[in-house]
Structure formats: C-alpha cells, structure tokens
Design a protein around this ligand. Structure first.
Ligand code: COI
Length: 356
C-alpha cells in the first residue's frame, strides 16, 4: 500500500447535471458517463493536487507517451445502491491493490490508497443519483492511469494521469454465449503482462475475437501460449468449468488476471458446499467431459457481467454442446454474490463496504 500526505482534493461541481437526459432503463454498457470525474497528475516524482471536475474531454499532445507505447492500466469496479439508498462498493481494496500491481508491471508509479478511497467516495457522493437500486443496476467505476509525457522516446513516461470516470450500467452481457477455444492466438505469454489489467491485453484480443465471431462464436477461450492446451480465460473474464459436481478453474499465473469476481466465486462456491478445484484444466479434458456428458457448465466471471454462462464451445472445427442442469451453479453463485453486493443478505466475508 502506498501512502501520501493529505490530498487537498478540490471539487468543481457541474453547473448543469445531464442526468435528466439519460434513460436508465435503456443503457448500453459504458456509453453514458455521470456528471463528474476525478483527475490527479503525476509530475516531478509525485502525485499532485487531485481534483473532481465536470466530466469532459482533456487535451493531450499527439506525441504523448500512452498513444505510442501503451502505458495504460485500468480497473473495473461497481457501486451498488440498496433499497434504503445506501451505497456500497464490493472489495475495493482488491481493486486498489491490483491497479498498483498493474502499474508496477508497466513501470508506472503507484497511487496512494487514501487518495484512491477519497476519490471514489467523493465521486459517489456527488453522483449518487446516477446509481439506481435493483439487481443489475450499478455505477461502473473505471479508474485508469496513462503515461502523459510528450515525446516519442521509447522509455517510461515521466508524467501520468490517474483518472476515475463513472458510468451507469444495467448488465454487461445478455444471454448465453458460444465460445471458440484458441488454438493459435494467445492473450498473454509467460513473463508477459497478462496478469496486469493493461489496456494492451484487451487490444490484442479484438482481432482473434473478430475472427471467432465470423465463425459464429461470440467469445474466445484463451489457452496458454506454449501448448494451447490449458484453458485460462474467456473473453475479458476468468473462466470456470463444472465437471460432474466439481467446479474447476485454473490457478492464476503470469498469463491470467487475478480476478476479484473469480476469487469471490471460488469462496462463495466453497461456502455453499460446492467442491472447487483450482488446477490446470486442458482442452483434452474438456472435450472428453463433453463427450462423456460429465460437462455440465462453463461460465466466465468478471466485474462487468458477474457471471456469463456459456452454452457451447468450438474446437478445431467441431462444436460441442452440453446439457445444463435446471439449477446451475452459475445462477446460484451469481444470486448469492448479488445479494451481498446489493445488501440483501448478511456478508460473512466482509466484502461489502458502505460508502455513503
Ligand atoms: C470485466 O469483466 O469486469 C472486465 O474487465 C470487462 C471490461 C473490459 C469491460
């Protein structure tokens, strides 16, 4: 944890809220942004004068480091409102720790924890009306850090911007998805930065995903870069498999993001009495499980979608389907996590943090 002296956060409120122009029952994920944003600049070896200002574009020189060398990391979090109007975050210290881990891997400076907490809290106080109660409704929080030094020299930027923008959302994915198992492209490599939430990890997925879409699959299951045998992530999410009544998911490594939802699903499943195995799972095992009908579920998990069920997978020109039970683990675990996030039940894990 990085700590720094008092922030002296300055707040400039918007003169004219845009909230009345928003149809909260018809939102596209990440397209609408709330009234305010948080910005803090790094210069001369330290973070300076954070501010909250009305949401607006900012100007950057065309030679700015991030445009050329991609020093950019981000987080995804959500703020939830319960029926009393109280606002909660879910495991925010995990996101704080991870953004700094991502920064470190991309040679970027860490951000102080008290400032991160203060920025989120003050933004949520100002834009609390942008958070609607009810399952699926949330304010998606997008903290990000970019290198902002002008000049195309290929070395770490000396200046950075830490920014938080926020976006009202309903749910990210709609419906089940069919996934194609990658047998050529990779999302990440040993010794690379797949475990960081770095912008480049997402850019690298777009082309192979577009190819999969041409074949009728919505997402790709990413495999390890050496053998393409180990099943590691699904689209922008971690991935879990139910074989028989056991939930199996890969351990995190250099190539896999240490997902907050992933660890929450594992803990929740174990609490519900579900057997969980955190171990490598191969394509061969999955194909066999589909063929001998022990494969019962595949689902992705991440902050945006929480849990996203998969209905079929494709591998080397063949499509495999499987019969899911009426009561899926995906649905049961998702509901239990949502109940904690929306303050509908006790939180035995201490994951829910009341903000306002
Ligand atoms: C998530 O699943 O939470 C993600 O990181 C998706 C995000 C890129 C929209």
């Amino acid at each position: 944890m990085m700590s720094q002296s008092k922030s002296n956060l300055s707040i400039e409120k918007t003169k004219q809220s845009r909230i009345d122009q928003v149809d909260f029952s018809n939102l596209f994920f990440g397209q609408t942004f709330a009234d305010h944003m948080y910005i803090c600049d790094y210069k001369d070896g330290t973070w300076h004068a954070p501010k909250i200002v009305p949401y607006a574009p900012f100007l950057l020189d065309p030679s700015t480091s991030v445009f050329h060398y991609g020093q950019a990391v981000f987080e995804g979090m959500k703020a939830y409102k319960d029926d009393n109007g109280d606002i909660f975050l879910f495991r925010p210290t995990e996101n704080y720790a991870r953004i700094n881990k991502s920064c470190k891997r991309l040679a970027m400076p860490e951000f102080p924890e008290e400032w991160f907490d203060e920025g989120l809290k003050e933004l949520l106080k100002l834009d609390r009306d942008w958070i609607k109660p009810g399952f699926g409704n949330a304010l998606y929080l997008r903290p990000f850090v970019i290198g902002t030094t002008a000049g195309v020299i290929a070395s770490p930027s000396k200046e950075y911007k830490f920014v938080i923008i926020t976006s009202p959302v309903q749910s990210y994915y709609s419906g089940d998805v069919k996934v194609l198992i990658a047998d050529h492209y990779s999302r990440a490599a040993n010794g690379g930065f797949g475990a960081a939430k770095a912008a480049g990890n997402y850019a690298g997925q777009f082309y192979p995903t577009a190819l999969a879409q041409k074949e009728g699959y919505q997402q790709v299951i990413w495999t390890d870069d050496t053998t393409h045998e180990k099943l590691e992530e699904c689209g922008t999410m971690n991935v879990m498999f139910r074989i028989g009544d056991t939930l199996v998911t890969s351990p995190v490594n250099d190539r896999i993001l240490d997902g907050v939802t992933r660890k929450s699903v594992i803990a929740m499943a174990e609490k519900m009495g579900i057997k969980v195995e955190v171990r490598s799972i191969t394509v061969h095992e999955l194909v066999q499980a589909a063929e001998n009908k022990t494969l019962k579920e595949i689902f992705g998990c991440g902050t945006a979608a929480v849990i996203s069920p998969v209905s079929a997978f494709g591998y080397k020109g063949k499509e495999y389907t499987f019969e899911r039970p009426v009561q899926t683990y995906a649905e049961q675990i998702k509901t239990a996590i949502l109940n904690i996030q929306y303050n509908k039940t006790e939180d035995p894990f201490g994951w829910r943090v009341k903000i306002v």
